[in-house]
Design a protein around this ligand. Structure first.
Ligand code: SF4
Ligand code: SF4
Length: 63
């Protein structure tokens, strides 16, 4: 299973990861920060890691 971490100090809630993820892994929380809510669905395409403008996302299969 992959492990995805969003650094909320870096995330500004732009929503890019939500837009690019083909598996609907992310959602914004009540504070407007991205959360990996469906991590088990991740297909390791690595689009989220590559597209985040703030380099806030770490996916241990996308190093
Ligand atoms: S792309 Fe990066 S900055 Fe934008 S919502 Fe996702 S984690 Fe946050
Ligand atoms: S690696 Fe791809 S499938 Fe996995 S969370 Fe990121 S965008 Fe979604």
């Amino acid at each position: 299973m992959v492990n995805i971490v969003v650094d909320h100090d870096k995330c500004d809630g732009c929503g890019e990861c939500i837009s690019v993820c083909p598996e609907d892994v992310f959602d914004l929380n009540d504070e407007g920060k991205s959360e990996p809510v469906n991590m088990d669905n991740c297909s390791v395409c690595c689009s989220c890691v590559e597209s985040c403008p703030n380099e806030a996302i770490t996916n241990d299969e996308c190093e």
